[in-house]
Design a binder for this molecule. Structure first.
Ligand code: LMR
Length: 400
């Protein structure tokens, strides 16, 4: 009965790793998926995560019962505090509901399902371009996906005018997906002044902000700085949704740990929103897993572990920033034609190089460098040792 099925293509991001794994070359380099690597090119488990896991193992009172549908309640409270700030008016007034979800994707999907069911506007605007999974998540959740201008290929920066025009003409009440920081794939973020203009425009039109926060602490190295745009929207008293992921900032990729928060107008509404979120979650996966959320809770509740985490996080962010400088310098030294200053201007895990699919394919074939076909490279996958190889490949492809 399944004989009619055609072979589905690999995922545009995760499929890059599949291709990389098949390549026997000793010089191969995976700059596809956004996953942090050390200077030795190895995945990193944070020290603070190891310590938290040890604590969990030592605690013989821990059991493996089902979590509630909303997940680990302490984790939810700590996550809301982390993203909105301890002094957030929404937390103080108890008008926020937070549910543990399966990392960023799961949080976005639960939020999308909830909006499709209970929000009067069914259209969500996403940035052009955006993370490849965004349109799929929201379409399958039952929303209509439209795009707004964001990136200007000419400047490799923000098309702020285009963004304001498109949000300005979006129907009142539309949902707008915003990358809280370290925009994926472009690495281009609005300035704080531009965020303020976006906020004013969105609030004046009743547009519903849905933040995707996958990189808190990873962009600037500061948890508070990276959460600032969200906090500006919450401080004005209006509603919003926030999807949080701990994949990158705690290196908990495979633990699938994240949270969805919905900021409401009153505690009463937040309570009813939570009751409806439970009806969304229960038939999807019943309740979320316990281990990853427990690790996060141990770290966030303990002052010393929290401080240690911020240092390890800053070290990861700094290493990425240093990779940007090294790659930029390496291209300058080679006299590679073109303006490559966007490499140091862009922020977060990715550089949107401007290389086209044919150039990417050349670099993969001739240099065994793997990246997504849109020219995005994961700076977190690069090291001082591999920068020259990447710079050689870019130089070769643009002078070809
Ligand atoms: C990425 O964009 O590479 C990451 O967010 C990982 C993923 O799931 O695509």
């Amino acid at each position: 009965v399944f004989a009619h099925l055609v072979q589905a293509p690999e995922d545009p991001i995760l499929g890059v790793t599949v291709a990389y794994n098949k390549d026997p070359s000793p010089v191969k380099l995976n700059l596809g998926v956004g996953a942090y690597r050390t200077e030795e090119g190895k995945p990193l488990v944070l020290n603070v995560v190891r310590k938290a896991e040890q604590q969990l193992i030592n605690d013989r009172t821990r059991i493996k019962e089902y979590l509630p549908i909303v997940g680990l309640v302490e984790f939810n409270k700590l996550s809301a505090k982390l993203i909105l700030g301890a002094d957030s008016p929404a937390i103080r007034e108890n008008r926020i509901t937070t549910v543990e979800c399966l990392s960023g994707t799961g949080s976005l999907r639960v939020g999308g399902e909830f909006l499709a069911k209970h929000y009067h506007q069914k259209t969500i605007y996403i940035t052009q371009p955006t993370w490849g999974n965004h349109p799929k998540i929201f379409t399958l959740a039952g929303l209509t996906v439209k795009t707004y201008r964001y990136y200007d290929p000419a400047t490799r920066g923000l098309n702020f005018q285009g963004l304001l025009e498109d949000l300005g003409t979006a129907p009142a009440g539309s949902i707008v997906l915003l990358h809280a920081c370290a925009h994926n794939p472009t690495g281009v973020d609005p300035t704080i002044q531009q965020w303020e203009q976006i906020r004013q425009l969105m609030r004046s039109k009743g547009l519903m902000p849905f933040f995707d926060s996958a990189y808190q602490g990873f962009a600037s190295g500061s948890l508070d700085t990276d959460a600032k745009p969200i906090r500006m929207f919450v401080a004005d008293g209006g509603e919003c949704l926030v999807a949080q992921s701990y994949a990158k900032n705690m290196g908990l990729y495979g633990e699938r740990v994240g949270a969805l928060s919905i900021v409401c107008k009153s505690a009463d509404v937040a309570g009813r929103v939570e009751s409806q979120l439970k009806l969304v979650i229960r038939p999807m996966y019943s309740s979320p897993p316990i281990h990853g959320a427990s690790i996060v809770a141990v770290i966030l509740r303990d002052k010393n572990l929290f401080n240690e985490w911020t240092l390890e996080l800053k070290a990861m962010a700094d290493r990425i920033i240093s990779m940007r400088k090294q790659l930029f310098e390496a291209l300058r030294t080679r006299g590679t034609p073109g303006d490559w200053s966007h490499i140091i201007k862009q922020i977060g895990m990715f550089t949107f190089t401007g290389l086209n699919p044919a150039q990417v394919s050349f670099m993969t074939k001739e240099y065994h460098i793997y990246m997504t076909s849109d020219g995005r490279i994961s700076m977190a996958g690069l090291s001082s040792k591999t920068v020259p190889h990447l710079a050689d490949a870019i130089h070769a492809v643009v002078t070809k």
